[in-house]
Write a protein that binds this ligand. Structure first.
Ligand code: GDP
Length: 442
């Protein structure tokens, strides 16, 4: 998938060139030469490559070195940090403050605009608990409005459309309708063209003036390569975009152009599309992308994907086993999967925290643990999870730590959490059996 090409190359060149324990000017130069080539081959803009390499070089040669850390790990960290900078540092969230929030989707025909409008509606409904309204304004592409209606129907999101009526009039009516019907997000699927032309821009500009959108998001096709930069700059010049959504990154695009957007256009990438399905739209986290590009695996996203496939039955099974006083790491693993499956874990923790305020750090820590624990447990055999006493064996322990790429501290943290959890389960079982608590159903 996206980033694979680059990640393989980058990782290899770093590891190959820096086996010694210190960073020397020679091995830095050699590594950077190869990273530079890898970036260029992956289609990253020349300007971005120059900037990135010069930043890494300055830091690597400038004694960024930390005692006790292996040279290649330091280099990975350096490249990682600078990639994050280039990619825009932080997630750029949607501005959903206004009621209703108008989001204008713009883009060339075939970029994935209509599909993405629907994905985005679904996402704000799920993740932000919004009540979106889709609005069909593409009166030129035959079938575009029908396509939106059909997608909305499939995902149960209402679509406002007035056929071939003037789009500006329709948009105004839609906002009016949203106000009356409690829709707090209005997503305008505007007309695309095969190429940027004056008529299109005039219409979009007028639409912008008349609807005062909080977000104007450009949808671009990740397969068009460096052309992305020109298209983005052009749309931005005329419309003042608030962000970019890159689609079709599940294909064999080398992706380098995507990495260049933020630096070249000063606009944030807000989401990326990696598939045709309604769920295939993800917020763009520069850090996660940097992880992925360095072959550290985009652990968060991978993990989120994996958990979507686990079924309900495992909850019931775990509950039953707990009631029987049985609890092992396989059960813990199933539970973590269930927890991670909940959207908005932070929100839930905050709610559970009540008076004791749960802060962002604690939420991040919980989320980190979820991921780290799961990765560690994935590196165990089923036998080990079923019989955690085996984990006391040093050979097993070091095999698991190595295989998971985590560290001893994290491993111990997992074992301690497990033992604490097991104690709680045992106490709870005792209480239930003595009739102090209602039984679980099923
Ligand atoms: P529009 O003309 O910009 O409205 O484009 P559409 O929304 O009709 O999308 C054009 C085609 O691209 C459709 O077949 C979509 O299913 C497909 N598409 C959109 N986003 C993605 C994506 O992220 N990955 C893949 N593989 N296909 C996509």
């Amino acid at each position: 998938g996206f980033g694979d090409f680059l990640s393989k190359r980058m990782k290899r060149s770093i590891e190959k060139n820096i086996q010694k324990s210190t960073l020397t000017n020679e091995n830095i130069a050699e590594t950077l030469k190869e990273i530079r080539l890898a970036l260029l081959e992956a289609d990253v803009s020349v300007d971005v490559v120059k900037e990135l390499i010069s930043r890494i070089k300055t830091k690597a040669e400038g004694g960024y070195i930390q005692e006790g850390v292996k040279a290649h790990q330091q280099m990975v960290k350096l490249v990682h940090d600078e990639l994050i900078e280039i990619l825009g540092k932080e997630l750029a969230p949607l501005d959903l403050g206004k009621k209703p929030t108008v989001i204008m989707m713009v883009g060339l025909q075939g970029s994935g605009k209509t599909t993405t409008a629907n994905k985005l509606a679904n996402l704000v409904r799920k993740k932000n608990s919004k009540n979106p309204l889709l609005v069909g304004l593409d009166i030129y592409r035959p079938g575009a409005i029908d396509q939106l209606v059909e997608l909305g129907h499939q995902s149960n999101i209402p679509v406002f459309e007035k056929g071939k009526q003037d789009p500006i009039k329709t948009a105004k009516q839609a906002i009016e309708y949203a106000n009356q019907n409690n829709h707090d997000v209005v997503i305008l699927d505007t007309a695309g063209r095969l190429q940027i032309d004056k008529d299109l821009m005039n219409e979009l500009n007028e639409l912008r003036k008349q609807t005062n959108p909080s977000e104007i998001l450009l949808v671009v096709d990740g397969m068009i390569g460096q052309e992305i930069i020109n298209v983005t700059n052009e749309f931005n010049r005329l419309l003042k975009l608030t962000g970019v959504i890159v689609t079709k990154l599940d294909g064999d695009a080398r992706g380098g152009a995507t990495l260049s957007i933020s630096h070249m256009t000063k606009l944030p990438i807000k989401f990326i599309g990696e598939g045709e399905g309604i769920k295939a739209l993800a917020p763009f986290y520069p850090k996660r992308m940097a992880d992925r590009l360095l072959g550290m695996g985009d652990i968060e996203t991978l993990y989120e994907k994996a958990i979507e496939n686990i079924d309900e039955r495992s909850i019931q099974k775990t509950m039953k086993r707990m009631f029987m006083g049985q609890y092992d790491m396989e059960d813990l693993r199933n539970q973590l999967v269930q927890v991670a499956k909940m959207d908005n874990l932070g929100g839930i923790l905050k709610m559970l925290g009540g008076q004791n305020k749960v802060n962002e750090d604690q939420i991040n820590d919980a989320q980190r643990k979820l991921v780290v624990f799961s990765i560690l447990m994935d590196s165990m055999t089923l036998k080990e999870r079923r019989d955690p006493r085996l984990l006391k064996g040093l050979t097993r322990k070091s095999r698991i730590i190595k295989g998971s790429g985590r560290n001893e501290k994290e491993f111990n943290e997992l074992v301690n959490s497990f033992e604490k959890g097991k104690k709680q389960v045992m106490e709870m079982t005792k209480m239930m059996k003595s009739g102090k608590m209602p039984n679980f159903p099923g």
